[in-house]
Design a protein around this ligand. Structure first.
Ligand code: ATP
Ligand code: MG
Length: 502
């Protein structure tokens, strides 16, 4: 069988970074092909070459055996290749239909608009997707936004679909739905390139896997010839995965007390309903729950991003219910937000400056009333080294970093504040195995120094390993608190679905 797409010896250099160094990849009809590799290995860059966004320095691309080089996304669209990016490319203020219309060509008259609406509705019915075409984009959940991205590819009848870490932002239920959808597309003979750091998914979905490391192809393996261990060791090579253990310790008294907090969202629904909970000094409190059950609102209230309608938040006797972000941070609260690009970084500023976004007023970064460039640079060098951030050349804007490396910048900055309390939402989202374990180790080490942490996650393995207690959230309330040593995934699952007496 001949590949539909063949990439040979593709090289791509950015200033100071060789992102791709002779990569080869073959994609066949009707297969799900996973690209696996550490943060910064070059996965997104390779896909952007295929998508016509980046022009390779050298190398060849063949479609159906015919030589091709994509000079722009237009060429790639013509070759029926489509991509859902790691960070979505949607116009938030436009409606769903308007966003879809933006991706189709030849939209000359109003009649076309009507015809396309009918086509889109057909696709939605065919794949059993529930999307309101007239809703503005910003109102949709991330999972639904992703359906819109996929509809954009289907309406163009793409035959090679690239999905860059699609499940990083999905709830487990949404991910299951996506997998069923990808299965259907495979049956229709479409080829899917799938990127993920979650081994369980990679094993469940992939017909073939290609492993990238530092911009080179390590190996391509066919189903039956790989398991999780084989893939992990090929991916990390000789590097060691950081090891850590949550040692038993005496947990202190309450440090953060949240009482009867209620919060309404933009749609007028209740995100938190008289929510009460307390965090103890030196403990890691895991919060399990399907995203969208009030977790984000909870983190926003604690970190000063949102004022609650009623209730109180008390940190060590200090009422911080109405404190703004700055005051919440000054009182000792750090925040790893859910949406790293929109809330976590200043995209155009350098990595060095992003690492002091919250501490630039600190004495150590000021000299003669001005910012002390030398101290800022030294701080960045230390954190980049410590967290193994692939930061590119000096002065590099943080938006040019790979997804996982942006996440590492945020975690490094927040931990460098030496907070009393860390509120971390999905802290290892998009991180490769080694980096995820390193972040866990950092949180455990800080626990040993008596930092208190709230980890909000959907990854039960992560919560069970890391937490001293696990609280489960459903519909803006806590449905139960369990001891990770004496619970089961089933018990947590039941609490997550609200099947309990509240
Ligand atoms: N537009 C750009 N300008 C400069 N450097 C870039 C650009 N895009 C990517 N890079 C660099 O190229 C390297 C590969 O990045 P890429 O985004 O392809 O990694 P990745 O494998 O997708 O990683 P992740 O798993 O973290 O998403 C990184 O070091 C990144 O900083
Ligand atoms: Mg990437």
């Amino acid at each position: 069988m001949k590949p539909v797409l063949e990439i040979k010896n593709v090289t791509k250099t950015f200033p100071g970074v060789k992102a791709l160094d002779g990569v080869c990849l073959s994609i066949y009809e009707g297969e799900i092909h996973t690209l696996l590799g550490e943060n910064g290995a070059g996965k997104s860059t390779l896909m952007n070459v295929l998508n016509g966004l980046y022009k390779p320095d050298s190398g060849e691309i063949f479609i159906d055996g015919k030589h091709n080089i994509f000079m722009s996304p237009k060429d790639s669209i013509k070759a029926k290749i489509g991509m859902v990016h790691q960070h979505f490319m949607l116009v938030k203020n436009h409606t769903v239909l308007e966003n879809i219309l933006l991706s189709v060509e030849g939209l000359k008259s109003i009649f076309n608009k009507k015809a396309i609406r009918i086509q889109v509705e057909e696709i939605l019915t065919r794949f059993n997707m529930d999307v309101d075409l007239d809703e503005p984009m910003w109102k949709l959940s991330i999972g639904t936004q992703q359906w819109v991205e996929l509809v954009k590819l289907l309406i163009r009848d793409c035959r090679i679909l690239i999905l860059d870490e699609p499940t990083a932002v999905l709830t487990p239920q949404e991910a299951e739905k996506l997998f069923a959808f990808l299965g259907k597309l495979r049956e229709e003979g479409k080829s899917i390139v799938f990127i993920s750091h979650k081994m369980r998914e990679v094993m469940a979905l992939s017909d073939r896997v290609t492993i990238l490391k530092k911009g080179t192809t390590v190996k391509s393996l066919t189903k039956g010839n790989f398991d999780e261990n084989v893939l992990a060791s090929l991916m990390i090579g000789g590097d060691e995965i950081p090891k850590w253990e949550r040692a038993p310790k005496k947990i202190g008294d309450d440090i953060l007390t949240i009482a009867y907090i209620s919060v309404d969202n933009d749609k007028g629904l209740k995100d938190l309903k008289e929510f009460s909970m307390s965090l103890k000094k030196g403990e890691i409190l895991g919060i399990a729950g399907i995203a969208g059950n009030g977790q984000k609102a909870l983190s926003e209230v604690i970190t000063g991003l949102k004022a609650p309608k009623s209730g109180t938040v008390i940190l060590e006797g200090l009422d911080i219910t109405r404190a703004d972000c700055r005051n919440s941070q000054l009182s000792g609260i750090a925040h790893v937000p859910e949406d790293r690009k929109a809330v976590g970084i200043a995209p155009d500023m350098s990595v060095d400056d992003n690492l002091i976004l919250k501490s630039y007023k600190d004495k150590k970064f000021i000299k003669y009333f001005l910012q002390d460039k030398k101290a800022i640079k030294q701080n960045a060098e230390e954190l980049i080294d410590c967290y193994d951030i692939k930061a590119g050349p000096p002065g590099n804007p943080v938006r040019l970093l790979s997804g996982g490396n942006i996440q590492k910048v945020i975690i490094a900055r927040e931990m460098s504040l030496n907070p009393k309390v860390l509120i971390a939402l999905y802290p290892t989202r998009g991180l490769d195995i080694g980096s995820a374990e390193y972040v866990h180790k950092v949180i455990i080490d800080a626990r040993n120094r008596n930092m208190s942490t709230i980890v909000i996650s959907e990854d039960l393995d992560e919560l069970l390993k890391l937490s001293d207690r696990i609280a489960v959230m459903f519909c803006g309330r806590i449905t139960g608190v369990v001891d990770p040593e004496n619970t089961t995934r089933e018990e947590i699952g039941l609490l997550m679905s609200g099947s309990c007496d509240i």
